[in-house]
Design a protein around this ligand. Structure first.
Ligand SMILES: NC(=O)c1ccc[n+]([C@@H]2O[C@H](COP(=O)([O-])OP(=O)(O)OC[C@H]3O[C@@H](n4cnc5c(N)ncnc54)[C@H](OP(=O)(O)O)[C@@H]3O)[C@@H](O)[C@H]2O)c1
Length: 260
């Protein structure tokens, strides 16, 4: 089978996507920063499914990381036919209180890395002439509105959502299908890493989906060649309400949840 490259595959949604694809017989290339966790995920998958799994530790918030990942694939001659840009992180708090370095790293991870990976891997995908070719980008329901106190994260995901739709049209003639999935609150380490305030956590807990549900939806949507997907009825409703209501209302709700 051709390879699927999954970023942020050491845990959470990325790990669950890896399991979904292994179930469908795809060979896997996994990446994240934690080598030990990647090793555990690879061992777990190989015990369950007869697929090849390779992994590499890369910090995608670093400037040359996408190039490093690309060179690894070229060197090893991996036939990548699916690129999944899942790695990402959040950071809540007052924008001006965060350091220049932290904000820049977040933008590298959530925006620059997925963009560069698409640019680097599209020509490689196009070489796999006999395969079905896919790009799956993970955005967030945060993409659909401004979120004060989560400003850079929400903006980064809005970029991914718009970028994916544009790519989808540009690449459709070339035979690469591009899907963007925007999960709502999902039961992973994301909220802890993002230092989300307790009141937002409490609200999220009411909506939480499991990473396995989100991954199944993401993989099925990718193979069905859907352009844009929001998994879960309540998340769809939330996005619809955001579109329907005056922006000021949804932004005030966000302030009430994210302001410490
Ligand atoms: N959970 C939610 O509520 C939610 C909602 C909407 C969208 N999302 C999006 O879903 C995606 C997956 O998040 P998750 O919920 O599964 O969170 P998670 O459990 O924290 O997993 C994040 C993944 O990204 C990797 N990662 C983080 N920083 C990285 C870096 N600098 N370089 C390389 N890899 C890095 C992590 O691995 P290492 O730590 O080993 O590097 C991990 O594999 C993200 O894009 C997130 O924004 C999540």
């Amino acid at each position: 089978m051709p390879y699927a490259l999954i970023t942020g595959a050491s845990k959470g949604i990325g790990r669950a996507i890896a399991l979904e694809l292994a179930k469908r017989n795809y060979d896997l290339l996994l990446t994240a920063r934690s080598l030990d966790l990647l090793n555990e995920v690879a061992e777990e998958i190989q015990k369950l499914y007869p697929v090849n799994v390779h992994f590499i530790a890369v910090d995608l918030s670093e400037n040359n990381a996408p190039q490093k990942l690309f060179e690894w694939c070229i060197e090893k001659n991996y036939a990548v036919s699916i690129l999944i840009n899942n790695a990402g992180a959040g950071m809540s708090g007052l924008f001006q209180d965060s350091s220049l370095e932290k904000n820049t790293k977040l933008i590298y991870l959530n925006v620059v890395a997925p963009t560069q990976l698409c640019q680097l891997f599209i020509p490689l995908l196009l070489l796999q002439q006999h395969s079905q070719l896919y790009i799956l980008n993970i955005a967030s329901t945060a993409a659909y509105q401004a979120i004060p106190y989560l400003a850079v994260y929400a903006s980064s995901k809005a970029y991914i959502q718009k970028f994916s739709r544009s790519l989808s049209l540009e690449l459709s003639e070339k035979g690469i299908s591009v899907t963007c999935i925007s999960p709502g609150p999902t039961d992973t380490d994301w909220a802890k890493t993002a230092s989300v305030p307790a009141k937002a956590l409490k609200m999220a807990a009411k909506l939480n989906m499991q990473s396995s549900e989100v991954a199944k939806n993401a993989v099925e949507s990718m193979f069905s060649k859907k352009t844009e997907v929001v998994p879960g009825f309540l998340n769809k409703l939330g996005v619809f309400m955001t579109w329907l209501l005056p922006k000021k209302i949804s932004e005030r709700v966000a302030v009430s949840l994210y302001k410490e």
